[in-house]
Design a protein around this ligand. Structure first.
Ligand code: SF4
Length: 485
């Protein structure tokens, strides 16, 4: 996943752009918790700070006053290429013969090996092991003096998923690959918004400005207004004190990741003109129609299963009840469980409400099963708490195929649906019954055509061809260089 954010404020905004960018990034924290970073330009120099950890740990108030400049980009990382090490945190930065650039990237390239072969000096020049580092170096090397021109030279050679925010000394460029696998929206900070919402410290006193954000939640948190989506194959150029400019670098062939709609993005986000809570609630309604269950309660797996569970309950007439409490402080952090705690797995995250669960027949709604191990633990937890029956319902189709476009799903052999029948999965997770929503059901809930989305992990129809050895891609830039080159 990853979250990317960019902001352009009028000249003379002091440290305001850094404050707005880091605050906006908080609205995207769910997209990546491994590292965070910020790059700011004052028109003459680019300043960069990044580190491993959550946004609050990395971009705290003590650091922000050093970041003067009207242009800022920010990034939070969920790794899909390269390990979780400091060097791989973003934004990346590269000083080339014609430009200095910093990049925040959401997505995953599929022709990294091919691009590496085009890099003068080869892998030894890379300071990090990510496809973003490679892209940044290639962009810094481009002959054209102007960054937009350089991108027009480079981008036709780049394939895969990339929603980027790029900072040079004088502008921010936000762009989406021709399929638009990953989202990016344009928003506006209007003077009136700042005046009416003084509680939002980041926008207090701010004048008009323009922002780019992976999701609308990044706009909401700073009080910015949604203007429009950045189109697939489009660059939007932000310069301090100017209206945005649009440059098309490729024809659009839309294929937004449908998993953004099902699970990844926040439910209060808007994508494709749809509120995602409402989309997910309708997926629950569809699921109830496709896979009814005769039970006493409908229960979500928190937090992401909640909207679909609400829809399932409404459509089935079965009461909705929360029976699992999530510990919000053991998310994806850098605290690795000790040997003693490792086997406890899901109990570190979820605790059942025994009074609710005991003696009840439950319909448990979640949004996906990847390996099946988490669902198995949840079912066992509920049975141990006294559930009479556990019927699992999934508000997405079975995942048969890996993702190559920026979601770190397992290689095909680790996906339980790729190697087991539905009955075998039901037996593995220990449920009384199991039902998945169909692709048709997802489309009915979206009320949008199939060809607007990527459904590849469900049906194997990859919008962008992937190389045969892509299963090894994540650590591709960390493998030993073959002796023959
Ligand atoms: S393969 Fe699946 S997770 Fe990856 S972009 Fe397509 S729909 Fe999304």
């Amino acid at each position: 996943m990853c979250g990317v954010f960019g902001v352009s404020l009028p000249p003379g905004s002091g440290t305001e752009a850094a404050a707005v960018a880091s605050t906006g990034l908080f609205g995207l924290q769910h997209r990546g918790q491994e590292s965070a970073g910020l790059a700011v330009s004052d028109g003459a120099e680019i300043f960069l700070y990044k580190d491993l950890g959550m946004i609050a740990q990395v971009l705290d108030d003590r650091r922000l006053p050093s970041f003067h400049g009207d242009l800022a980009i920010a990034h939070c990382r969920y790794s899909t290429t390269g390990s979780t090490i400091w060097e791989n945190a973003q934004p990346t930065f590269r000083l080339g013969p014609r430009r200095a650039v910093a990049i925040g990237h959401n997505g995953n390239l599929v022709n990294t090996r091919e691009l590496l072969s085009q890099l003068e000096g080869g892998r030894a020049r890379l300071a990090a092991t990510t496809d973003t580092e490679l892209l940044t170096t290639l962009l810094a090397d481009e002959q054209a003096t102007d960054t937009v021109e350089a991108l027009l030279q480079l981008l036709p050679r780049v394939r895969g998923a990339f929603a980027l925010v790029i900072l040079d000394k004088s502008r921010i460029i936000g762009l989406r690959d021709p399929h638009g696998f990953r989202p990016l929206v344009l928003g506006r900070i209007a003077e009136v918004a700042a005046a009416t919402d003084a509680a939002l410290w980041a926008t207090e006193g701010a004048r008009d400005g323009w922002v780019l954000s992976s999701e609308t939640t990044g706009l909401d948190i700073i009080g910015a207004e949604y203007v429009r989506d950045v189109e697939p194959g489009e660059m939007v150029i932000l310069e301090s004190g100017r209206e945005p400019r649009s440059v098309r670098f490729a024809a659009a062939d839309p294929a937004l990741c449908v998993f953004e709609m099902i699970y990844f993005a926040r439910p209060d986000s808007y994508m494709e003109g749809r509120n995602l809570y409402e989309v997910r609630r309708r997926m629950g309604e569809q699921l109830a129609a496709e896979h009814p269950a005769d039970t006493d309660l409908v229960m979500p797996v928190p937090d992401t299963g909640a909207p679909a569970a609400a829809g399932y309950a409404e459509a089935s007439g079965i009461p909705f009840r929360e029976g699992l409490v999530r510990n919000r402080y053991t998310g994806r952090t850098f605290i690795q469980p000790s040997q003693t705690l490792r086997h406890r797995g899901v109990t570190m995250k979820l605790n059942p409400l025994r009074e609710v669960v005991r003696g009840k027949r439950l319909t448990v709604v979640d949004d996906s099963i990847v390996r099946g191990t988490t669902t198995k633990q949840i079912v066992a937890l509920l049975r141990k708490a006294g559930a009479a029956e556990v019927h699992v319902r999934i508000s997405a189709p079975p995942i048969f195929h890996p993702c190559f476009y920026g979601i770190d799903t397992q290689i095909a052999t680790e996906l339980i649906a790729a190697t087991s029948s539905i009955d075998e999965i039901r037996d593995f997770i220990g449920a009384d019954s199991l039902g998945y929503l169909s692709i048709k059901g997802v489309l009915a809930a979206l009320d949008l055509p199939y060809d607007r989305f990527c459904f590849a992990c469900f049906d194997g129809r990859y919008p962008e061809p992937v190389p045969y050895d892509s299963n090894r891609r994540k650590f591709m830039l960390e493998e030993p260089v073959p002796a023959h080159g």
